[in-house]
Design a protein around this ligand. Sequence first.
Ligand SMILES: C[S@@+](CC[C@H](N)C(=O)[O-])C[C@H]1O[C@@H](n2cnc3c(N)ncnc32)[C@H](O)[C@@H]1O
Length: 279
Amino acid sequence: MKFDRAPSTENRGLDGTVPPPEIDLNIPSVARAYDFILGGKDHFEVDRRASDALYAAVPETGDLARSGRDLIRRTVKHLVADVGIRQIIDIGSGLPTVGNVHEIAHRVDPSVHVVYVDKDPIVLAHGRALLADEERTTVITADIRDPDAIFDNPTTRDFIDYDKPYAVLAVSILHHLHDEDALVTAEALKARLNPGAYLLLANFVDDDEPRAKELERAFLEGGLGTGRFRTWAELRRFNEGLDLIEPGLVYANDWRPDEETPVDSAVHTLFAAAMGRKR
Ligand SMILES: C[S@@+](CC[C@H](N)C(=O)[O-])C[C@H]1O[C@@H](n2cnc3c(N)ncnc32)[C@H](O)[C@@H]1O
């Protein structure tokens, strides 16, 4: 088995962090496993074991996660530099890692407001520490399945003026929802957007690739819950009703690639993205 990085067997964070008592060390967390895969330090043995199952199915799992981060870099840069967006809500933001949305946006314009949203309270804990000196960026705990709880949250309302243009990112999150929730959630999100708002959706795609099924099984059996690869038809339905900006719904690395985008990724066909504008 090939690993991007050697898993540690100690039941503590890589920087020696002892897990807070409220964390159940028998249950892996997607946010922490993703942090491990991206080379972060906020994960525990249970998360590393769950990640091992993903690496066993697809050794290039790290490339898949990095494709997601690179998509975020390109789309946020485009939204801020080219479209003129100055407010972003990043749902399922994950643990702060390299190239966070507010850092990308602030490189173009330091006045951009960013609200990070995640259902995992560990994201709030780390986000608060990271963002202690940040006046234009905040983090809340909420579930994407309840968009009202996100958009009506008093903190979100303090940071985002819905009368002005804004963008919502939901990268690598809908594929963690069960079938009965995913489409309903996409519809509810779109219904909640103001006309002119942008929505970025990026998800695992099942392109009849045997590795899609293997990775899906690894998510389930490795304890991470769900990681459902969806067909192009299903992904198109997620985006229905939006005016997709060029190039539409495509493999994520084909979405306006630049000189830093991995062009020959071994997992190119496992991940797709589209960004659209509410009519
Ligand atoms: C794979 S990570 C993606 C992180 C980041 N968006 C990226 O692409 O780099 C998925 C994140 O979604 C969060 N998540 C999963 N289900 C969620 C839900 N129902 N509501 C809010 N966040 C959720 C997880 O806690 C995790 O942090």
